[in-house]
Design a binder for this molecule. Structure first.
Ligand SMILES: *Cc1c(COP(=O)(O)O)cnc(C)c1O
Length: 380
């Protein structure tokens, strides 16, 4: 019998905590405070402390966390923000929504994160901020990025949407620093497929700067303070109380679930060893330094990627591609006049990456199946 392996499956996890979630929803039902109820505040404290920051501000999505962060530091028309082109669209989309221009900088081939060595050549008098992305759950090279930002007086906003609880640690003697706590602002997403996912959209900005935290609090309710008096033009972007209640119920398990993802990543690593030794060129995820990689995604690089993906689909194994087209080549950014070849490392990654199933309930048998079928494809 063929074992099916879904790319992602939440059902087991949700069943295991069904009563706790129902109870959390009941409570919101009772209090009736659907907008910015007490659970939002509790979650903000909980997540801020988990990220080792002083403040958390719940917003409607990870994308809005990015947009509100850019608005809070005053980025707008005529400004430039530096970011990698190999990321989810929201990273660049939020820059454009703020009115600023996204300035792309290529990635490092090993980690898929922005290459700090290529940042300085893109800095101009208009540059306001650097927006590194901690892709797939591993932090970007923050030490180098923070040094550059200090040298040029730039803001740093971390896109930690895929990296809640990830840690950056450049060497054994250095302190471990949590994703979201290293820049001026950190942006989290509670989209259902993230390590901590809601029952819909949700996000949070974390920061240790009281003024920035306050500004984001105002901006998420149309910039009003007091009510009906508007100092800034904000937006309507709040984290629903019901989502906060669900997230609080799930938060208790976050580290346990992340450890389960890490164990599954290690298991893939072992299962692939033999195949790689036999000469198949599979690039496995690499953990830099002493980082804590939270494996929101387990992404490998492979030759003949599209054919492998089709083969796996026929074998009942789900995979996905993050991301098939780098942002500088997207139709909506044609006005930036980029050409294929502008960011070769990102373009090559877009052709070779394949995300394999990884979630806490993935079984050993299923992982064995995934690797066995990949072996079958290359040994045909
Ligand atoms: C998920 C994600 C976002 C946006 O989060 P939403 O909550 O879906 O708006 C931003 N950046 C990256 C890298 C993401 O993976």
């Amino acid at each position: 019998m063929k074992i099916k392996v879904p790319f992602f499956d939440l059902s087991q996890q949700l069943n295991s905590i069904k009563e706790e979630i129902q109870l959390a929803i009941e409570e919101v039902y009772e209090t009736g405070q659907f907008i910015l109820g007490p659970q939002v505040l509790t979650l903000e404290h909980t997540i801020a402390s988990y990220c080792e920051t002083r403040y958390g501000v719940g917003v409607a999505s990870g994308s809005d966390a990015l947009l509100l962060s850019l608005m809070a530091i005053g980025v707008g028309v005529g400004d430039e923000v530096i970011l990698p082109p190999f990321t989810f669209f929201a990273t660049a989309g939020s820059v454009s929504r703020s009115g600023a221009t996204p300035i792309f900088v290529d990635i490092e081939p090993e980690t898929y994160n922005i290459d700090p060595e290529k940042i300085e050549e893109k800095i101009t008098p208009r540059t306001k901020a650097i927006l590194p992305v901690h892709l797939f759950g591993q932090c970007a090279e923050m030490e180098a990025i923070l040094q550059i930002s200090k040298r040029h007086h730039l803001w740093v906003i971390e896109d930690a949407a895929q990296a809640i609880g990830a840690e950056y640690c450049p060497n054994e003697d250095a302190p471990r620093r949590r994703a979201g706590s290293m820049g001026h602002l950190g942006c989290l997403s509670f989209y259902p497929t993230k390590n901590l996912g809601a029952f819909g959209d949700g996000g949070m900005v974390v920061t240790s700067d009281p003024e920035l935290a306050e500004r984001i609090r105002l901006l998420r309710t149309h910039g009003s303070h007091p009510k009906y008096y508007h100092k800034w033009i904000g937006v309507n972007s709040r984290l629903d109380t019901i989502q906060a209640a669900i997230l609080l119920a799930k938060f208790k398990y976050l580290d346990q679930w992340t450890q389960a993802r890490q164990r599954r990543a290690e298991r893939y690593q072992e299962l692939f060893r033999e195949l790689i030794q036999s000469g198949v060129e599979i690039g496995l995820p690499k953990i830099r330094h002493h980082n804590r990689h939270i494996f929101n995604q387990y992404v490998i690089r492979v030759p003949k990627r599209d054919r492998l993906r089709k083969f796996l689909m026929e074998e009942g194994i789900g995979t996905d591609i993050y991301y098939p087209l780098p942002l500088h080549l997207q139709e909506c950014y044609s006005f930036l006049n980029h050409r294929p070849g502008d960011f070769p490392v990102s373009e090559k990654a877009a052709q070779e990456v394949l995300a394999l199933p990884i979630f806490p309930e993935l079984t050993e048998e299923q992982q064995f199946m995934v690797v066995d079928r990949i072996r079958a494809f290359y040994k045909r």
